[in-house]
Design a protein around this ligand. Structure first.
Ligand code: A3P
Length: 327
């Protein structure tokens, strides 16, 4: 409950210093007390770890494995909402989401109107209401850490946690902040990496998030998925998920899901959305579905920056057995 104002519009929740839109404090209790069902799946992970991909995989496995659901064209976040999205959608919070990164090109209200979910600004928690209303089995996503989620989470639901090599995470995040209509980062890549390592970005800090979840990795209700494993052998990861979720999908259904959630399929379904939400052309690989590959960091890091980030990773993974892939 302890909090301090960080910069205008943002709040740092102590003791770890979770950096969130100040609007989060209005829905924090609602989230903490959110009523979960035993059939629920909560997808956790830091932004850019492949969470949208896994959201679509999990939702399709549990709700549309024969690919005959007519909701397929509905954007994933409407079928599988992000629990804390009301805090992000609040116009003030949105305006201030990335402090010091310049003026926003258009107001959030414009976009809300365009996508006809104008009520998004409601303090009642429109997205939480959507979550409440969803039929079984619900797949809900969050970038929040365990300590801000319902304390009985693991007794009542299953958690899938997405991890990706932080060097690729920061590259992906950099492009997102540069091109997403509401962030408009104009600084250098090197400076952005510094902001990331100094926990100065939304949903920071990185290590307490990952380490507090990694501690739970052997809990029977927790399953970790590495982005790099998903890329290397999607079917093998889906088989593990099938087992973990008790979904009993047939090999044919699993292969439907692999096909339906491939990078090109997901991108083709959302190209229009990308065009509206991102400043640059989705076709130029600058939209939300950007590249979707392992190791793009090699195209961005100077040897010196790579050394610094490796050092940061080594220091923070000492005494854990976290081993990132895609180095
Ligand atoms: P890149 O920017 O490296 O391309 P998140 O959803 O957690 O924010 O992660 C976004 C990243 O996942 C982006 O990475 C995006 O392209 C990638 N991604 C999204 N869908 C994907 C898919 N179906 N297959 C592979 N990567 C995907």
């Amino acid at each position: 409950k302890e909090q301090q104002l960080y910069k205008e519009g943002m709040v740092k929740l102590m003791p770890d210093g979770w950096l969130l839109p100040a609007a989060f404090t209005r829905i924090a209790d609602k989230i903490y007390n959110f009523k979960l069902r035993p059939s629920d799946v909560i997808l956790m992970g830091m932004p850019k770890s492949g969470t949208t991909w896994l959201q679509e995989v999990l939702w399709t496995m549990l709700n549309n494995p024969d690919l005959n659901n007519d909701k397929t064209d509905t954007p994933t976040p409407m079928r599988s909402p992000q629990i804390e999205f009301d805090a992000l959608a609040d116009s003030n919070a949105w305006d201030k989401m990335m402090v010091d990164f310049g003026e926003l090109p258009q107001s959030f209200q414009d976009m809300a109107a365009e996508f006809s979910f104008k009520e998004m600004k409601s303090e009642d928690g429109v997205f939480l209401k959507m979550c409440e209303a969803l039929p079984d089995r619900r797949v809900m996503k969050t970038h929040l850490p365990f300590c801000l989620l319902p304390p009985y989470l693991l007794n009542s639901a299953k958690v899938v946690y997405a991890v990706r090599n932080p060097k690729d995470v920061v590259v992906s995040l950099y492009h997102h902040f540069k091109n997403f209509q509401f962030h408009s980062y104009t600084g250098t890549f090197d400076n952005f990496v510094k902001l990331f390592m100094e926990d100065d970005l939304l949903f920071s800090p990185y290590w307490p998030h990952l380490r507090s979840s990694w501690k739970m990795k052997d809990h029977p209700s927790v399953h970790f998925v590495f982005y790099e494993d998903m890329k290397t052998d999607t079917m093998a990861e889906l088989r593990k998920l099938n087992e973990f979720l008790g979904a009993n999908l047939t090999p044919q259904q699993l292969s439907n899901v692999v096909e339906h959630t491939s990078f090109s399929s997901m991108k083709s379904r959302l190209v229009e959305f990308e065009g509206k939400a991102f400043k640059s052309d989705a076709e130029k690989n600058e939209g939300f579905f950007r590249k979707g590959v392992i190791g793009d960091w090699k195209n961005h890091f100077s040897p010196e920056l790579e050394k610094q980030m490796n050092h940061w990773i080594e220091n923070n993974t000492a005494n854990t057995n976290i081993i990132f892939k895609g180095n």
